[in-house]
Design a protein around this ligand. Structure first.
Ligand SMILES: Nc1ncnc2c1ncn2[C@@H]1O[C@H](COP(=O)(O)OP(=O)(O)OP(=O)(O)O)[C@@H](O)[C@H]1O
Ligand SMILES: O=P(O)(O)OC[C@H]1O[C@H](OP(=O)(O)OP(=O)(O)O)[C@H](O)[C@@H]1O
Ligand SMILES: O=C(O)c1cccnc1
Length: 484
């Protein structure tokens, strides 16, 4: 952690979390333990799955939670909070438990990706930061992965900082994009703070600064002979940009035996220009010169460019990735699922009822199992269970659709993996966030466990997130009671 990462975000909460906290204390409820689940309801862009990200920042936040004297004075001046509450805030720390799905895990609607069980004031005050961190990075990771998949193995560099929504949007967006498979970022701070490899090409301004495009290219090649990606569309791609790039490469790089070079096309019809440029480069004896494309790209344009036969080796993607332009909200929510009253050992499940059945919550302190087919390693379904249930892999397991309980299937020869891992226990951090390369590799591996039907862009297959019989019964009992 350093100056950028160790910021104190304790007051980055919604004000009602503080007023409720004060009222919990005043009404004698502050000793109750609250259980909250963080989950989302729909996959952005109508995709078949999302990718969890943002946990490392949640951990940093929880570790550094504290109200400064100035924060407390600010709250005192609101004349809403008791002195008892303000003095509780002086020593405020997170003392509870937090379980989460590791970053990079594919996730599905309605399953907890993070569960907090903590004294109610603590559990409530962390709500906003937990949501904003997981919502933002999961959104960008999900979008970036779609773009990476569309590129079919061609590297995708993240170019979006300049059009991101604020500093964290840029720096943490670049982190999420890298986890999800982007090959690099243009953002230097994301590299320094989070080890996301930074790199880049050149701006139009570089080309404009020189009397000729050729001078601009030669000067750049001389300074960076091993990293010369020349931007060829400042004046005219085919009449000047590509011929000048060929001249510069031949004069500066080839005599040194350097064959790693590229051009970047940033406007016009990318298919047409890339095909023509490819032929010109090949005819000039530069078949190794790569072609990079950029300009308001996203997964749909990349897919169509490849279908059209564009000759692109790598993509740079900015605004539509870093803002997740086509689906800018992740929609993760944080809902109370159970309460353990002070002095009691009983966990009482709670439900939130809605006319909209998709918005009815899954009650209780839960476990999430992902079931994998032993033979193929592919994910079959996720199963939400009550916290004390254990799945026996040696026995056949009957799964049913909680919305259509007659739809049943029995699975055998499966592996059941618990998705939520302990991150904090009694306020102690018990989880070490893996380094970013490990998270990125894990993400790629886990996406491989999904069937292609779940991964396609058009009408992806709905992956099953089922309830155990015990959880289903508890939920339906609570619903009946709520109706009564
Ligand atoms: N062959 C293609 N098929 C589909 N979309 C394309 C193709 N070539 C380029 N595009 C996309 O079309 C859009 C064109 O953007 P725009 O209208 O700004 O044109 P432009 O050539 O970039 O103009 P400017 O010179 O102002 O940058 C971009 O999103 C680009 O990625
Ligand atoms: O289109 P995006 O997906 O957001 O990709 C990033 C864009 O940012 C740069 O343009 P900009 O006009 O900001 O600077 P430039 O003059 O260096 O091209 C770059 O040339 C790309 O076009
Ligand atoms: O390095 C690049 O080519 C780059 C960086 C930021 C935005 N657009 C392009």
């Amino acid at each position: 952690m350093d100056a950028y990462t160790e910021r104190n975000y304790t007051l980055l909460c919604d004000f009602y979390e503080l007023t409720m906290g004060n009222a919990y204390l005043e009404s004698g409820r502050s000793g109750d333990t609250a259980y909250f689940d963080l989950f989302f309801r729909t996959v952005p862009d109508n995709g078949g799955f999302a990718i969890a990200a943002g946990l490392e920042q949640v951990i940093d936040y929880i570790k550094s939670l504290h109200f400064t004297a100035e924060d407390i004075e600010y709250l005192r001046q609101k004349q809403l909070f008791s002195e008892d509450f303000l003095s509780l805030l002086k020593d405020f720390r997170f003392t509870g438990d937090l379980y989460a799905v590791p970053e990079g895990t594919p996730i599905f609607p309605h399953e907890p990706i993070l569960t907090v069980c903590a004294p109610v004031i603590e559990a409530q005050i962390v709500e906003t930061f937990l949501l904003l961190s997981i919502n933002h990075q999961s959104l960008i990771a999900t979008k970036a992965n779609r773009i990476v998949r569309a590129a079919k193995g061609r590297p995708v560099s993240e170019f979006g900082s300049r059009r991101a929504q604020g500093a964290d949007g840029a720096v943490l967006g670049a982190r999420a994009a890298y986890i999800a498979g982007c090959s690099s970022t243009a953002c230097a701070l994301s590299d320094r703070a989070y080890s996301v490899p930074a790199g880049g090409t050149m701006a139009h301004s570089w080309v404009q600064m020189f009397d000729s495009e050729y001078d601009a290219f030669v000067t750049y090649c001389r300074t960076y002979p091993h990293q010369a990606t020349l931007l060829v569309d400042t004046y005219n791609v085919l009449k000047s940009g590509v011929p000048n790039a060929i001249r510069a490469f031949k004069e500066v790089l080839l005599p040194q035996g350097i064959t790693s070079c590229a051009i970047r096309i940033d406007s016009g019809d990318i298919t047409y220009l890339s095909r023509k440029a490819r032929k010109m480069l090949d005819d000039a004896g530069l078949p190794f010169c790569k072609i990079v494309a950029s300009n308001s790209l996203d997964e749909y344009i990349i897919e169509t460019l490849i279908e059209q036969g564009a000759k692109i080796d790598a993509f740079g993607v900015g605004e539509r990735l870093i803002t997740s332009k086509s689906a800018p909200v992740f929609g993760g929510v944080y809902k109370l699922s159970a309460v353990k009253p002070a002095g009691s050992d009983e966990i009482i499940p709670k439900i939130k009822v809605s006319e909209n059945t998709a918005k009815i919550t899954n009650p209780h302190f839960k476990k999430v199992y992902r079931l994998f087919e032993k033979e193929t390693g592919k994910a079959i379904a996720d199963l939400l269970c009550v916290h004390d249930e254990v799945i026996d892999e040696t026995q056949p397991l009957e799964l049913f659709d909680p919305d259509a309980t007659w739809k049943r299937k029995t699975v055998t020869d499966f592996i059941a993996k618990e998705l939520l891992v302990p991150v904090f226990l009694n306020g102690e951090c018990v989880y070490e966030s893996p380094d970013i390369e490990t998270i990125r590799n894990y993400c790629a591996e886990q996406i491989e466990t999904l069937w292609d039907e779940v991964k396609r862009f058009e009408n992806p297959h709905t992956y099953y997130v089922d309830l155990s019989q015990k959880l289903y019964d508890i939920k339906h009992d609570l619903l009946k009671k709520a109706r009564a």
